[in-house]
Design a protein around this ligand. Sequence first.
Ligand code: NAI
Ligand code: MG
Length: 367
Amino acid sequence: STPSLLILAGDGIGPEVMTEVRKIIDWFGAKRDLAFDVSEDLVGGAAYDVHGVPLADETMAKAQEVDAVLLGAVGGPKYDDLDFSVKPERGLLRLRKEMDLFSNLRPAQCFDALADFSSLKKDVVAGLDIMIVRELTSGIYFGEPRGISVNANGEREGVNTQRYTESEIARVARSAFELAKRRGNKVCSMEKANVMESGILWREVVQKVHDEEYPDVELSHMYADAGGMQLCRWPKQFDVIVTDNLFGDLLSDVAAMLTGSLGMLPSASLGAPMENGRPKALYEPVHGSAPDIAGQGKANPIACILSFAMALRYSFDQGAEADRLEKAVEKVLADGLRTADLMGPEGGSPVSTSAMGDAIVAALDAS
Ligand code: NAI
Ligand code: MG
């Protein structure tokens, strides 16, 4: 049956970049006979305006049924003073929580044409293609007990708890090994087993999953602080990095800056397999709703377009078509097309959001 895709464009530049993704989706339907059953709905402030909540129950139910969700971005100044319970980002958090998306994939990929744009030396980043897998639903951001209270000495104390069960570690490890099999067949697991109990367990469980289920994938372990150094020193030594929620938050932001602009970064969040074997999945650009440039045709649509490429690869088993789309992006960049965010301080003449989308479609046509 036709694979289904729910589009939640959201707020700010979300709908602008999603318009360009729709052009790409239509191209695959028309030219590659790859049709999707696409539905659209509201999330974030856009949903609040209509329903009084940032994600309606019907939208949540739809998200649980489709093969993949593609989200733009949520939030904006108009909603900054809303009560916490109905803030736009709560819509996104509800999706992640109720779909139980425990594995967050953040690629750091450097297109050659943008190698000069990185904060690192060109030869360190040119051709870089690594994937950080961050555990997303457990660890210190969720562990109990937590809170600020007065301790026995009468002093206030802030508490968070890092807590991981074996099954939580095992499932994210499996998702990293599965990914590695489709890529460079190499996983580096990062924790701090030298000083953290959860790190000791993490290392043990990742090793066990490896030995029992993925003995042919190359596995190494690294302390997360050393990992941060190695990411900046020589990132090309890595293929897949798997790490916990906290370290993954930091390391994926570091890795992001290896490659340049926020407008280029896609992500995927995956959960357990559904009945049809596909994982529960949400794809979204890393960036937010960019209110400073919203409505001006300045947004870079590539992060969202590459998020759709990830959907092709990880939800729809269309790796070759994902490659085709990524090559088309590479081609327009090599041709010198740049949205404003991809211009250095010396400036130049940037193209608009829609001109970038059209150029990628034209590059697909030529592929
Ligand atoms: P942001 O990612 O929206 O913007 C940061 C800077 O990057 C801005 O200068 C923006 O113009 C630029 N930028 C971001 N995406 C771009 C793109 N595709 N093309 C060109 N330039 C781009 O983060 P910020 O400003 O901290 O947050 C703005 C709003 O977005 C807030 O309401 C925040 O809560 C929300 N937000 C939502 C996220 C999501 O939906 N996943 C993630 C981060 C923030
Ligand atoms: Mg972060």
